[in-house]
Every structure is written in structure tokens, then in C-alpha cells.
Write a protein that binds this ligand. Structure first.
Ligand code: PMP
Length: 351
């Protein structure tokens, strides 16, 4: 029996994408070969990589100034690769600290240059997004985590600053419209809104690169991958293929604008229940609630135990909050159908 998957990542993917991916594991495009066993230099796979990059550009409205890369090493490698490629040892990066992932960015960026944490909600257990901050003189970029997967907060207004934004969009890429011009670099692990774990998307404005004094190892230098179209070495073939299928699905379903509307409706339905059901309460500031990761608590231990049990009985999976936070987290990424959110709400009403 298929469960309703509210996992934070690896996470739900469109059912049709999984079906097509499963078929391609046996026979890709009628080649008589599996997608897993063909050369990454074959014309069939080169077409997959090209389409994945082209769909990303089309869906996000990226100009030719940007390159789309499919790398490995997870979003966690981008915590340092960004600074290694963009920040010289004498330069300063500004960072807004909105949760555990930003904290890791700060730690890793510090290895390469000066860091100013311009705002932090740590003292408030990261329950809100700081809105006011002052940039230091000469800051090279401002790093933000647009959606905080663990905390359940999201920048509802992306800061407007006169330096490029570097953004970790791991858990909200392709979920809403973005003003591309604001960004010098965007990165996102695939395993939430895009595909299986194993590839990380990097979108980089090409003029951000090549300004460094330092020597960068070949594989960690974005220019290597820009110049070779993410085919310098063997790319993560299957994660790229499935991501491409998800992007096709996204386009066929009306693109980001249509998806954003549905995402807002799904989140509204769920937050409404949290606010109106006396057995539950939201965890974070209402203005900063995430449309992707809905975090909430039970108001009593009895309600918590009962809800967990009901979830199990009603085929709801992945609802447990992050280990250090507790409570519940319902991740409602693009592929989550409204009917599953309705189902979750109906189970909440049974508590
Ligand atoms: N940033 C954010 C916002 C995340 O949610 C995650 C993982 N859940 C990461 C970074 C780390 O990603 P990875 O596991 O791909 O290194």
C-alpha cells in the first residue's frame, strides 16, 4: 500500500517520474540498455544532461549569464566550495544565520576568508527570520538559506542588497518564483524538490568566477564544470536523469507559477488546521512559516502519542520532527499532492 510521504528528504517524487525512472533502469529509451549501464559520453545521456540544464534555465528564467551545474558532494560541499571559489582570504562575506544549515555555512566559509554574521535568530531558537541587518563595507556577497528545512522557516521576502546573494535553496528550489538577478550563486541538493540524493545543482553567474588569487583543486573549481558542461568527469548519471524527469513534470504541470499557487494552497490548509485545532500549535513565527516544511508541536504528550499512532494507522510516513527539535514536521514539496495534505488534516482532526 502506497504511503503518504511527508519526509524532509530524500523525499517524495512525482509518481509518474518514479515509474518512468524504474522503466529506464531496465530499458532506457528502447536502447536495450539500462540508464545505469550506458556511457555518460553516449549521445543519449548527453541529451539528458543538456535537457536538464535547459529546463532549469527555462523554468527559472535564467539568462545566458548563468551556468547550471550538476555536481556531487551534497549541498554540504557547497558550504565550502562557494567560499573557495568566491572569497579571497582578505575579503569578507556576510551571512544571515537562520538555522543549523546556515551555521555550517558560517563554519566552512570561515576557512577561506572573513565572515560577518550580519543577523542571527539563534537566541530565539531560530523561530523567526531576521529582517534587519547592516552589511559590512566591501562585503563580497550575502549568504542566505532561503528555506530552513529543520526549523520550518522561510524567507518570504528575499533581501534586496547591492551585492550578489549566494543562496542555499536546497529545500525550496523550484517551489516559487525567484528574482534571478539578485543571485550570484544558488545551490541545492537534489533530494527534496528535484530528484534522488546524489547530485547537487549549482547555478552560477559566470562573472562571479575567476577573481581568486588562490589555487583551487580542479574538481572543486566551478570553472572546470562550467567549461565542460558538468561532464568533466563521470557525472551522477541516474540522479541527473531523474531530476530531468522531474523538471519535465514540472513544466508539463504549468511550471513554477502554477506550482507556487498549489504550494500556497497546501500550506494554508495545513497551517489553518494547526492554528484551529487545540491539540496542535505552530513552532515558528507566523510571518516566516515555510511553505515546504511545516513544523508543529502537540499541546500535550497524550495528543502527541495519539497523533503518531494515528499517522501509522493511516499510512502517513516521515512526519516526525528533526531529532533536536521534536514534535512534527510535514514536508510538502512540489510532488506532494493536495489530496495527501487533506488526508493529513483529516487525521489531525481525529486526535
Ligand atoms: N542545506 C539545507 C537547507 C538542507 O536542508 C540540507 C539537507 N537536508 C543541506 C543543506 C545538506 O544537504 P546534503 O545532505 O545534500 O549535503
Amino acid at each position: 500500500m502506497k504511503k503518504h510521504n511527508f519526509s524532509s528528504g530524500p523525499a517524495i517524487l512525482p509518481q509518474s517520474v518514479m515509474q518512468e525512472a524504474a522503466e529506464a533502469v531496465i530499458d532506457f529509451n528502447g536502447m536495450g540498455l539500462s540508464i545505469l549501464e550506458i556511457s555518460h559520453r553516449s549521445k543519449e545521456f548527453v541529451a539528458v544532461m543538456d535537457e536538464a540544464q535547459a529546463l532549469t534555465k527555462e523554468l527559472l528564467g535564467l539568462s545566458e549569464d548563468y551556468s547550471v551545474l550538476f555536481l556531487t558532494g551534497g549541498a554540504s560541499s557547497q558550504f565550502y566550495m562557494t567560499a573557495m571559489n568566491l572569497l579571497d582570504s582578505t575579503e569578507t562575506a556576510a551571512i544571515i544565520d537562520t538555522g543549523n544549515w546556515s551555521a555550517k555555512t558560517i563554519k566552512e566559509n570561515r576557512l577561506f576568508g572573513h565572515i560577518t554574521v550580519v543577523a542571527s535568530s539563534k537566541a530565539d531558537d531560530y523561530k523567526h527570520i531576521p529582517k534587519t541587518f547592516e552589511l559590512p563595507d566591501n562585503a563580497k556577497y550575502l549568504h542566505i538559506t532561503t528555506n530552513n528545512t529543520v526549523m520550518g522557516t522561510q524567507f518570504q521576502e528575499i533581501p534586496t542588497v547591492d551585492i550578489p546573494l549566494v543562496a542555499d535553496m536546497s529545500s525550496d528550489i523550484f517551489s516559487r518564483k525567484i528574482e534571478v538577478e539578485k543571485y550570484g550563486l544558488i545551490y541545492a541538493g537534489a533530494q527534496k524538490n528535484m530528484g534522488p540524493a546524489g547530485t547537487t545543482m549549482v547555478i552560477v553567474r559566470k562573472d562571479m568566477l575567476g577573481t581568486m588569487e588562490r589555487q583551487i583543486p580542479t574538481m572543486l573549481d566551478y570553472r572546470t564544470h562550467v567549461n565542460k558542461g558538468s561532464m568533466f568527469n563521470t557525472p551522477p548519471v541516474f540522479p541527473v536523469y531523474v531530476s530531468m524527469l522531474t523538471l519535465r513534470w514540472l513544466k508539463a504541470n504549468g511550471g513554477i507559477e502554477a506550482m507556487e499557487k498549489i504550494n500556497i494552497a497546501k500550506a494554508e490548509l495545513l497551517y489553518n488546521e494547526i492554528d484551529n485545532n487545540p491539540n496542535f500549535e505552530g513552532r515558528v513565527a507566523k510571518a516566516d512559516r515555510s511553505l515546504m516544511n511545516v513544523t508543529f508541536m502537540a499541546t500535550t504528550p497524550e495528543a502527541e502519542a495519539k497523533f503518531f499512532k494515528l499517522c501509522e494507522e493511516h499510512l502517513i510516513s516521515g512526519i516526525k520532527g528533526y531529532r533536536t527539535i521534536g514534535g512534527f514536521r510535514a514536508s510538502i514539496y512540489n510532488a506532494m499532492p493536495m489530496s495527501s495534505v487533506e488526508h493529513l488534516v483529516s487525521v489531525m482532526k481525529m486526535v
